[in-house]
Design a binder for this molecule. Structure first.
Ligand SMILES: C[S@@+](CC[C@H](N)C(=O)[O-])C[C@H]1O[C@@H](n2cnc3c(N)ncnc32)[C@H](O)[C@@H]1O
Length: 459
């Protein structure tokens, strides 16, 4: 794999991109990285109490040209955390190093090597957090590699994994298989790429591959800030999509199996569109959903995966601890808005004035530059709406304080009733990526803000 990625480093990073990087000045990270915001990691893996300062150690496995590793290092510059980057492709690592230098990042230790050396790496100490995006896609035995990662985690440590979604990529996989036959006797990458370009021109309309174009107008399967953004594929795009020597793909059941086999606890799908795509309620009418409600969550997600044909990539968190997530029941936690889509409070204020309602409001989030919308629903009552209002208007308050203030406004409600209204809203908004918790002892993470471009529309 190192040989492939020496020729085609990922994410693709040209000399022009490097020029652009020189103009880099604390741009806000894109939503592509939202699942690696310290806010998310803290909420789901460290009970909201992580301060990332007491010798916090991060390992990025297969960091490529930098993407996720640089984002993590950047968020941690104000701490004494150490980021270790492991990468098997020298060329990719050289690019990542240049980018880190441009960004003034001094908290990274670079290791040129393969996942085989994971156990040796821990000789300098165990890790609190391991990040690994699209690397298990390229190893022969993903379970054994994940076991090695589990073996070098601290007792309360966590892992973020991103792996190919086999159902979501169904159309791509067929073309990949066809391309392998086509290019088998081509000796050079240039010859292979030329052959792929030619065959892509004649992919007939019934081929599932065209679904990608319908979903993503640029046709890019990996979203990358450095992808060409045009309708045509670059040579590197072609290599990344079709010519990797090994490109495993997984189904939702495999995600849980990976956790079970390695003794790790599955915490959550960390990407909001994963959670939405895998939520069966988003597809089934109420009567059918009632029949499925008794089934366990994994069975429901398997059905949702087959109905929604997604996701393309699973992003998820695993922990060594049984319970690593911050709890809403801890009144000393501070709930805060994470993605805060535009227009949400306004819609709820307009639609949810009915005092007694236990109903929900169906909504959609959409991105400006995509026609893909994400369905989600929120409890629809004035108490839940006021809870959201207080997060927006008076950020930084503990749950207990918010509860007290809401009870002053609605003295007719018991504390238990009001808290259950807040909990209902919290759970639904967390599911669609909008609320997280951090403990009162933890300040915010200024470099972890994500520039979200979601807007809300009512169904
Ligand atoms: C698809 S790229 C992902 C890069 C980066 N993680 C990202 O998401 O932007 C896969 C990377 O994993 C690296 N890789 C593949 N097999 C590896 C192995 N056995 N050990 C270490 N790195 C490996 C490749 O060189 C490549 O840079």
């Amino acid at each position: 794999m190192g040989v492939f990625y020496d020729e085609f480093p990922f994410p693709t990073f040209s000399d022009e991109n490097l020029e652009e990087e020189l103009k880099y000045n604390n741009r806000e990270p894109l939503e592509e990285f939202a699942h690696l915001s310290l806010d998310v990691i803290n909420h789901y893996l460290f009970k909201g109490r992580g301060n990332f300062s007491s010798e916090f150690r991060v390992l990025v496995v297969g960091a490529g040209t930098g993407s996720t590793g640089l984002y993590l290092a950047e968020q941690l510059t104000q701490t004494n955390a150490q980021i270790v980057i492991l990468e098997v492709s020298k060329k990719s690592m050289e690019i990542a190093k240049k980018r880190a230098q441009i960004r003034g990042l001094k908290n990274i230790q670079w290791i040129h090597g393969s996942v085989e050396s994971l156990s040796d790496i821990a000789q300098t100490g165990l890790f609190d957090f391991i990040e690994c995006r699209h690397v298990l896609d390229h190893v022969v035995d993903p379970t054994s590699v994940l076991s090695k990662m589990a073996g070098i985690l601290k007792p309360n440590g966590g892992i973020s994994l991103s792996i190919n979604g086999g159902v979501g990529r169904g159309g791509l996989i067929h073309v990949q298989n066809m391309v392998q036959i086509l290019t088998k006797n081509e000796k050079t990458s240039a010859g292979k790429i030329a052959a792929v370009k030619e065959v892509l021109k004649v992919v007939p309309p019934q081929n599932w591959f065209h679904r990608y174009k319908a979903i993503n107008p640029t046709g890019h399967i990996y979203s990358s800030r450095h992808s060409s953004g045009s309708n045509s594929y670059t040579d590197s795009d072609i290599a990344q999509f079709f010519l990797k020597p090994l490109d495993n793909s997984f189904r939702v059941g495999d995600v849980y199996e990976l956790a079970n086999k390695t003794g790790l606890k599955f915490v959550t799908f960390s990407d909001l569109s994963n959670r939405i795509t895998l939520k069966l309620e988003n597809y089934l009418p109420t009567n059918l959903m009632k029949k499925m409600a008794a089934k366990d969550i994994v069975t429901q997600q398997k059905m949702a995966e087959l109905l929604g044909l997604g996701p393309f990539t699973f992003h998820f968190l695993l922990s060594k601890e049984t319970k690593s997530e911050a709890s809403f029941d801890n009144l000393d936690n501070i709930p805060f808005l994470f993605l805060s889509p535009e227009g949400l409070l306004q819609v709820l204020e307009e639609k949810c004035k009915d005092q007694d309602s236990d109903g929900t409001l169906s909504l959609r989030m959409y991105e400006d530059n995509s026609h893909l919308t994400q369905p989600f629903s929120l409890p629809c009552n004035p108490h839940a709406t006021d809870f959201l209002g207080s997060l927006l208007k008076h950020p930084g308050q503990r749950t207990e304080k918010i509860l007290q203030n809401l009870l002053k406004k609605y003295p007719e409600l018991t504390p238990e009733h009001m808290f259950s209204r807040m909990t209902g809203f919290y759970n639904a908004a967390k599911h669609s990526g909008q609320i997280l918790l951090r403990h009162k002892s933890i300040g915010g993470f200024p470099r972890s803000k994500i520039s979200s471009f979601y807007k809300i529309s009512r169904n």
